[in-house]
Design a protein around this ligand. Structure first.
Ligand code: LLP
Length: 445
């Protein structure tokens, strides 16, 4: 992940296009996302609007599947639905055969609403409530990844009470640095996630002794937006060691859930290559005779989405020659730049804008916080009020992290297929933002 760059660090438009082959400029139609005409979508649906490409989602899912087939490795893909849990996205991936990695009762119900088979659902998360665990057992999810001894005991008690067997994996914290932004690193001992590596066998043994638990194996997830193989290599080595030692104690280990975290190209990072992931898994884990799972979120959905926005106005402050381009999307829509100083590519949309001279500018939203900044010192064709821009790679951790801060309604969402598009979420009405609010203590006469 990249902090805001100065102008020299920012890639040229050409470099951005090179890293984003699904985007092209048509001389007449302007920016196309695969074949979808973004100018038309922005003009017809309004802005801000999230666009998700069914074609890209499908292609990426199939690339992952193929990579494992090429390695003759049996790996089940559990899409991490926190990345983008829209029912249209889940429906598409479910039809491709994906299972789901979920982290809440809400996500469980979403996955079921999209007809994902309960057996293909894996329930992760560091703090599942009793109610959520009951729901998971009642729906017979395939696997619950337990993150502490306390949770293990709680689950055993609940399962006993419900007269159900709980299929579990222990999520292990391997104390491996994923080399990613500190807010999305999860596999270090200092992080809240998982069971300490040193305690794994002891707690796995306990899992065999506690009633109504069916221990299947282990899970590991070390972080997100990981763009090198080294952290995975280290984490897998530690898991192989653990599985070997566990089996030596006479305990069976049938499942290893390898988590997600595969990185994508936002700036100039090299996106994780499915074939390399598959071959690493084959070489490290292929001889374990074990069922393997992965839980990708960002890699599948990130590059499949963009956020369309329109320029409200331009202004200059003080001596800085670079103007502020104020757009109608803000941190309430896409919070990643504010929260992680994440870098997202930005491209003009209309064909006419590509003919303008390039200038250095800042792209900011209208929210009353300086952190509401999408880009600093970007080289972009001169943008005037009314022009449309696309913020790239926002299919994952975009719309799902939106809020209505500053009383700004949730943006519309569309899904594209070929040159067609369809609205998959209407723009929220202003009034809908307070429809569930209650004014208390009103005097009645
Ligand atoms: N499995 C578990 C247990 C997870 O916690 C996560 C993500 C995933 C799988 C999927 O990771 P992915 O393949 O998407 O990297 N909001 C942040 C990312 C938070 C990721 C949290 N856990 C962002 O916008 O960068």
């Amino acid at each position: 992940m990249n902090a805001f760059k100065n102008s020299l660090d920012n890639p040229s438009l050409q470099t951005l296009f090179n890293g984003h082959p699904d985007l092209q400029v048509d001389q007449n139609k302007g920016l196309l996302f695969k074949e979808a005409n973004l100018t038309e979508i922005a003009n017809q649906v309004g802005t801000p609007t999230w666009v998700i490409s069914a074609d890209i989602l499908q292609t990426r899912y199939r690339r992952l599947v193929e990579a494992f087939i090429n390695e003759q490795l049996n790996v089940s893909i559990h899409y991490a639905i926190k990345a983008n849990g829209h029912l249209a996205v889940l429906d598409l991936l479910a039809k491709e055969g994906a299972g789901a990695d979920i982290v809440s009762g809400g996500e469980l119900k979403r996955a079921l609403a999209a007809n994902i088979a309960p057996a293909k659902i894996c329930f992760s998360g560091v703090g599942k409530t009793e109610e959520e665990l009951r729901l998971a057992l009642q729906e017979h999810v395939g696997q619950i990844n337990v993150e502490s001894r306390e949770e293990l005991q709680m689950l055993s008690r609940i399962a006993q009470d419900m007269n159900e067997m709980a299929p579990i994996c222990l999520r292990i914290n391997p104390d491996v640095d994923a080399g990613t932004h500190h807010k999305i690193t999860t596999g270090l001992a200092e992080n809240k996630f998982g069971i300490a590596y040193q305690q794994a066998i002891e707690i796995y043994t306990e899992a065999h002794q506690l009633p109504n638990l069916k221990p299947l194996g282990y899970a590991v997830h070390i972080g997100s937006q990981i763009t090198t193989q080294t952290p995975y290599r280290k984490a897998f080595s530690r898991m192989v060691e653990l599985i070997t030692q566990t089996r030596e104690k006479g305990l069976s280990v049938e499942v290893l859930d390898c988590g997600g975290g595969f990185g994508i190209t936002y700036f100039n990072e090299k996106e994780s290559n499915p074939q390399q992931i598959a071959s690493l898994m084959k070489s490290k884990l292929g001889s374990l005779n074990i069922q393997l799972y992965i839980e990708p979120g960002r890699w599948l959905a990130g590059p499949a989405g963009i956020l369309l926005s329109r320029v409200i106005l331009r202004k200059n402050n003080g001596q800085d020659a670079a103007p502020f381009i104020i757009i109608d999307a803000a941190m309430n829509d896409l919070i990643r730049p504010t929260l992680y100083e994440a870098w997202h590519g930005i491209l003009p949309v209309e064909a006419s804008t590509y003919k303008n001279n390039v200038e250095e500018c800042h792209i900011v939203g209208p929210v009353c916080e300086s952190g509401d900044t999408f880009a600093r010192y970007r080289q972009l064709p001169i943008l005037q009020p009314g022009n449309i821009i696309a913020i790239l790679d926002t299919g994952a951790y975009g719309s799902v992290m939106s809020s209505t801060y500053n009383a700004r309604p949730f943006a519309a969402q569309v899904m594209t297929k070929g040159d067609q598009y369809t609205i998959i979420q209407q723009r929220q009405s202003i009034e809908a933002m307070w429809e569930n609010e209650i004014i208390p203590f009103q005097k009645t006469k």
